[in-house]
Design a protein around this ligand. Structure first.
Ligand SMILES: [Zn+2]
Length: 204
């Protein structure tokens, strides 16, 4: 953390920007670098709006996944728990452009469950950071694994990446699919197949 702070101080000094103005000046600088006039009418409040948008889209850095999952309930249930079709919006760390899609999460409890609403909150805590899809997928699965020690966790993420769609290869319909399978979802074909079937089915 201290390195991060040192670098922040160095960057501030290099830009000679007072801390309270750094978002405004940085966004104005970006606008200038893009060829815009940050002082024209339509862009006057843009630095403030960009600041608010980026702070929201990176609010995951200020959330603790362990805290989100800290309340669990003892149960006898040993059936798979699935939360599917969780919409998410994230930003790729390579281009700072959005990638978005759906996330499907399942776990096989081992005497403990978490509130269902905690799973979408966990997804957002990791999605609202600069990410790569592969890491987002494993972080979601591992957080559940570490926190409630179930028999297994599965996470599948399907996403469209604006950095591929708007630039680069410009493929409009390519969607990336990533998965992380832990415990019984990795070791048992039957469990994994049941999960994959349920996330494709309209009945799950
Ligand atoms: Zn990208």
């Amino acid at each position: 953390m201290s390195n991060t702070n040192d670098e922040l101080i160095q960057l501030r000094q290099a830009l000679e920007v007072p801390a309270a103005k750094e978002w405004e000046y940085t966004v104005k600088l970006l606008l200038r670098l893009m060829g815009e006039d940050p002082n024209r009418e339509g862009l006057r409040r843009t630095p403030l709006r960009v600041k608010k948008a980026l702070q929201f889209l990176t609010s995951g850095y200020r959330q603790d996944p362990a805290k989100i999952l800290s309340r669990s309930f003892a149960v006898k249930q040993d059936e798979m728990v699935i939360v599917k079709d969780i919409d998410f919006y994230s930003m790729c760390e390579h281009h700072c452009l959005p990638f978005f899609g759906t996330c499907h999460v399942a776990y096989m409890p081992d005497g403990k469950i978490i509130g269902l609403s905690k799973i979408p909150r966990l997804v957002d805590a990791f999605a609202h950071r600069l990410q790569v899809q592969e890491r987002l997928t494993t972080q979601i699965a591992e957080a559940i694994n570490d926190q409630i020690h179930p028999l297994g966790v599965a996470c599948v993420v399907e996403a469209s990446h604006l950095c591929m769609m708007m630039r680069g290869v410009q493929k409009q319909n390519a969607r990336a699919v990533t998965s992380s399978m832990l415990g019984v979802f990795r070791s048992s074909d039957k469990t994994r197949t049941e999960f994959l079937t349920l996330i494709r089915s309209s009945l799950a």
